[in-house]
Ligand binder design. Structure first.
Ligand code: ADP
Length: 492
């Protein structure tokens, strides 16, 4: 393996895996083909990831099916112990996993480490929830009958995940799947396969049986076609673009799979006149600039009431200008590179369109002098809801500010989108918190905060942002079937 990954960054170099993981074994795949994995900060090749063929993917499905019955039969406490070991290994390897993540994704190391621990939280949480997948005993309508429900694993599951949270998006799916008793086939994003393989290596060390967790990488459309058409795969959990989500949902219809979809967002962040200004600025910065603005819950439209507008913009500008841009491995970096040139070009298109329509650049607005995929943290004012930047997800470090006058106007602007993942607002008025909290058509609403993710709370979208929930006791529903047992002949 002649990759240029700087292995001296790793305490445990065996976590760096460039092969597929099928049936508990590392394999280069049946074609021997590989694809380059790039460091987005430098453009250098850091690894050459094996590409699966159709035969490899089919083998992953078959071996998952073979492993499913024993994994499902294992008692909940036993499954829980294996998952707990996985959690502990992930936490113990957090620095190495974060180094791999920063190398292939670009985000600052501290943020990458935060993602690892956040993702690990799902494994820990579901290792416990595993023991609580209760059924019911229902009062009977007929003498001599007992009515029961049990929750059973759906069977082999598959996940397709994006590059923006290459570790956490996998653990958020694998945690509940494994807890429910389902094997999972992981297809990571082509940009970031190394976080996936490192997690699989730790899973094997934790004692997850062969076939229960596998990783296949390669041509997305081919792998997606097999995973959605194969009758053995019973559940698909996808995080990514709305476009691909719709395609996978349609493909899954052929075999009526359970589908969980976490798709695009277009998050509003509303600042009302009565907001706590410090909290609003801190919340907007955290929501907007984390991961260089490349998250599906990033504030995409900052909607600010006229009375507080100028004071808010002034404070936000100071905060935006203070952000340090740099390589994720440099300690002072708060904002890393974007994932690709295409991502930079989309940001530029959105800024150009806004400026052509009359918006003002208050900070940044251009590529960063560091070059490559680095972009300046940017603040725009005078943005209108009909501009491209307010209609599409920018997925970059640009904060567009839209001004409004009344509460009704703000809610109307916020809801005027086909998406409905996360929304935020800042207010100190209790009645308004309830009113606006209930009026926003989003699956997750942050009130007076820009950070809402937690494994114990349900995450997911409404409208075209998705189906199903991740995290919390609801997350395991995506991987279980509710069976009703009607037992008669008990009279006498
Ligand atoms: P993004 O714009 O964030 O890259 P995508 O939806 O394109 O979002 O990618 C998310 C995941 O979906 C990635 O793992 C990618 O490889 C995968 N993907 C993209 N196209 C397809 C497809 N046609 N079938 C299955 N998976 C796909």
């Amino acid at each position: 393996m002649d990759s240029t990954f700087d292995r001296s960054r790793l305490r445990d170099a065996d976590l760096l895996r460039e092969d597929l993981f099928i049936d508990g074994v590392w394999t280069p795949g049946s074609s021997g083909e590989r694809t380059d994995v790039l460091d987005p900060a430098t453009g250098t090749v850091i690894a050459r990831m094996a590409a699966a063929t159709e035969a490899d993917v089919l083998r992953a499905v078959d071996t998952a099916a073979a492993a499913a019955p024993a994994w499902a039969r294992m008692t909940a406490p036993d499954r829980s112990r294996v998952m707990r070991r996985w959690y502990e290994l992930i936490v113990a390897s957090a620095d190495d996993l974060a180094a791999i993540l920063t190398a292939e994704q670009g985000k600052p190391f501290a943020e990458a480490r935060g993602e690892i621990l956040y993702g690990a939280g799902f494994v820990e949480w579901y290792a416990e929830e595993c023991k609580r997948t209760y059924g019911d005993v229902i009062p009977s309508n007929v003498a001599g009958r007992r009515l029961l429900t049990v929750r059973q694993p759906v069977g082999v599951s598959a996940s397709i995940t994006p590059w923006n949270f290459p570790s956490a998006m996998i653990l958020r799916k694998a945690g509940p799947a494994l807890a429910a008793g389902c094997p999972m086939i992981i297809k990571p994003a082509e940009e970031t396969p190394l976080s996936a393989t490192a997690l699989a290596e730790l899973g094997a060390r934790a004692g997850i049986p062969a076939g229960v967790l596998s990783v296949v990488a390669g041509t997305p459309a081919m792998i997606g076609e097999i995973l959605t058409s194969h009758p053995t795969v019973r559940a698909l959990s996808f995080t990514g673009s709305t476009e691909v989500g719709k395609l996978l949902m349609a493909q899954s219809a052929r075999t009526v799979k359970k589908v969980a979809l976490e798709l695009g967002g277009n998050a509003p962040l509303i600042v009302f006149d009565d907001a706590d200004l410090d909290a609003a600025v801190t919340g907007a910065m955290a929501s907007k600039f984390r991961n260089a603005g490349q998250t599906c819950v990033c504030a995409n439209r900052i909607i600010v009431q006229s009375g507080i507008h100028d004071a808010f913009v002034e404070r936000l500008q100071t905060a935006v200008e203070a952000l340090t841009v740099g390589n994720g491995f440099e300690e002072k970096s708060e904002q890393g590179p974007l994932i690709s040139q295409a991502a930079v070009e989309k940001v530029e298109r959105h800024i150009e369109d806004a400026v052509a329509g009359g918006a003002t650049v208050r900070a940044g607005g251009a590529r960063h002098p560091l070059g490559q995929t680095f972009f300046e943290p940017t603040l725009l004012t005078g943005v209108r809801p009909d501009m491209l930047i307010a209609r599409e997800e920018t997925f970059g470090p640009v904060a567009p500010v839209i001004a409004f006058d009344t509460e009704d106007e703000a809610v109307a602007i916020a809801n005027d989108t086909p998406f409905g993942l996360a929304g935020y607002f800042f207010s100190t008025d209790l009645a308004r918190m309830w009113r606006v909290g209930e009026a926003l058509e989003f699956g997750v609403v942050g009130v007076n905060t820009g950070l809402i993710s937690y494994e114990g709370a349900p995450f997911g979208g409404v409208k075209e942002s998705g189906l199903g929930r991740e995290g919390s006791r609801h997350g395991i529903d995506e991987f279980t079937e509710l069976k009703y047992l009607c037992v008669d002949g008990l009279a006498g």
